[in-house]
Design a protein. Structure first.
Lengths: 447, 88
């Protein structure tokens, strides 16, 4: 039966990587999980059966409403949280098994310490990413005075603890290892800058997979090994793909830690920006031939997906050709913006990627930036000192004109000031994205 | 032990192979789906709790069962909600 479940998981991942079969893939995965869990319950449970059912029921009672009620904009932090609890579960399983069978071979002990360590790192790391994404704490990189030394110390002591625990199996040491793992997870994620948090989630996801695989050795359960390894391997690849989409190396994201952030944001005086009225912008848009809309997280926060679609439809009725420029990391996760716009019934064909938009950008009359910031920041292209230098951007500063819809002059998620705001070609339209778009729609209709 | 290692190595290759070419659109759902799949630790949690002898094991196991269940059901439901958006 475990074999059936394993095959289901492979098919699920396969399905999830093609748009057509993604949903089936998810169902197959859920089916495989059901088979596995029922099998485990029927064959593996000697006693405490009722307790287990109660715990499962509680888990369902918490998990489903949480997953159902979460807003689409808050999905990334939800995934981070689910990932974290999975890591914690793996660590607890290894701990419990250790207390059940403390006297085992060295290899089993190795698997045990690895599960406890990786599971703890994944749990605390995920909690920190959740706090960052939920903006319960600063989204900027947090650099502790001796953060690097502390992290190295925690890493070194965890390795030492692993070694000692393997030599002298001791419950107390294992608990200590879990605590060090928790600290390590926090230290590891704190310096990661806001825009890179999604990549950290993906990496932690792979970590949890590995922890589950290691717990499979502890329990000598092939299904756990297969499923955990699948997630570990695919998660690693996915993390690399995401890093590539951001144009940055993984090492740079994890250890480069946006060192120059504050240096760039500071040292600037009050500079003049050009802000326009709704009518100005309506005229600009209504008489353009070619418009590109670059939506960002701000659009999602303002729940303005529908408003932007209506505006685009109105412009198209006037014969304006409109495309959406979707940055791979627009929103808070790769592909997040596609999900949000699909929710608002924006047709696929209008969603263009970087490589489709940038070559023809000079012939674009108006680039409309709605609630995006970092993905159009020319600093990423021109200023090696910029913390987001190297991230591919939409070259909207090369379009004939730019309309920048913003709530305020606050910098974007990465906490970096945007040179584009001061560009003479740029017209700023302050206000809530939904509000501005609705007014724009009315103004365009009156032209 | 060698058998388990063999399984591990083979699974690594399968994992790499399966997701080597994914469009950015699907990165988020794929991550979320993989996230649900590692909730399979629920199986481990159930097995360990089902054979628990001491109170400590039982408590640890039950917490693990609870957390793993949240991971599994939450993961699959969230993934499905995301994919629902893509359905035309």
């Amino acid at each position: 039966m475990y074999l059936v479940a394993s095959v289901c998981f492979v098919l699920a991942l396969k399905g999830l990587s093609s748009p057509k079969y993604a949903r089936y893939g998810n169902f197959i995965g859920a089916f495989g999980m059901l088979v596995a869990v029922v099998t485990a319950y029927v064959h593996g449970v000697v006693h405490n059966g009722l307790w287990i059912l109660v715990a499962v029921a509680l888990g369902v009672a918490v998990g489903i409403p949480a997953a159902r009620s979460v807003k689409m904009t808050a999905i990334p932090q939800m995934v981070a949280l689910f990932n974290g609890v999975g890591g914690a579960a793996a660590a607890l399983v290894a701990l419990a098994e250790f207390f059940a069978v403390p006297d085992t071979t060295v290899l089993f002990r190795l698997a045990t310490v690895l599960t406890v360590l990786i599971g703890s790192v994944s749990f605390s790391g995920s909690v920190v990413t959740f706090l960052k994404l939920q903006e319960l704490m600063t989204t900027r990189p947090v650099l502790l005075p001796a953060g690097q030394q502390l992290a190295i110390a925690a890493a070194a002591s965890s390795v030492a603890l692993c070694a000692v625990t393997m030599a002298v199996p001791n419950g107390l040491l294992l608990w200590l290892l879990a605590v060090v793992g928790l600290a390590l997870g926090v230290l590891f994620v704190l310096p990661v800058g806001g825009a890179d948090v999604p990549i950290a989630i993906s990496l932690l996801n792979a970590f949890t997979g590995l922890a589950v695989a290691a717990s499979g050795y502890v329990l000598a359960n092939t299904l756990l090994i297969v499923a955990g390894t699948l997630v570990g391997a695919s998660g690693t690849i996915l993390t690399r793909l995401m890093a590539q989409a951001m144009g940055r190396s993984l090492a740079n994201i994890l250890f480069g830690a946006f060192k120059a952030t504050t240096a760039v944001a500071q040292g600037e005086e009050q500079r003049t920006v050009k802000s326009g009225t709704v009518e100005d912008v309506a005229i600009l848009l209504g008489y353009a031939n070619n418009v590109v809309v670059v939506p960002g997280y701000g659009l999602a926060v303002a729940q303005a997906q529908h408003a932007v679609r209506e505006l685009v439809a109105q412009l198209e009725r006037r014969g304006v050709s409109v495309a959406y420029g979707i940055h791979p990391v627009a929103g808070r996760m790769p592909g997040h913006m596609n999900v949000l716009l699909a929710e608002a019934d924006v047709p696929y064909e209008q969603l263009k990627e970087l490589d489709d938009v940038n070559p023809g950008i000079t012939s674009v009359d108006v680039a409309v930036v709605v609630g995006a910031n970092d993905v159009v920041n020319p600093g990423a292209r021109d200023e090696p000192s910029s913390p987001i230098y190297g991230m591919p951007i939409f070259d909207v500063d090369r379009a004939k004109s730019v309309v920048f819809m913003k709530r305020s002059m606050r910098p974007g998620f990465a906490g970096v000031d945007n040179e584009l705001l001061y560009n003479p070609k740029t017209t700023l339209l302050f206000g809530d994205a939904k509000d501005s778009l609705t007014k724009l729609l009315a103004a365009v209709k009156q032209l | 032990m060698i058998d388990l290692l063999t399984i591990f190595v083979l699974a690594v290759f399968v994992g790499f192979e399966v997701v080597s070419k994914v469009s950015t659109i699907l990165h988020t759902p794929l991550m979320s789906g993989a996230n649900a799949i590692h909730g399979v630790i629920l199986v481990g949690a159930i097995l360990i709790t089902g054979s628990a002898e001491s109170t400590l094991e039982l408590v640890l196991g039950l917490i693990a069962v609870f957390l793993a269940t949240v991971n599994v059901v939450g993961g699959f439901v969230v993934t499905d909600r995301m994919l629902e958006m893509f359905k035309r």
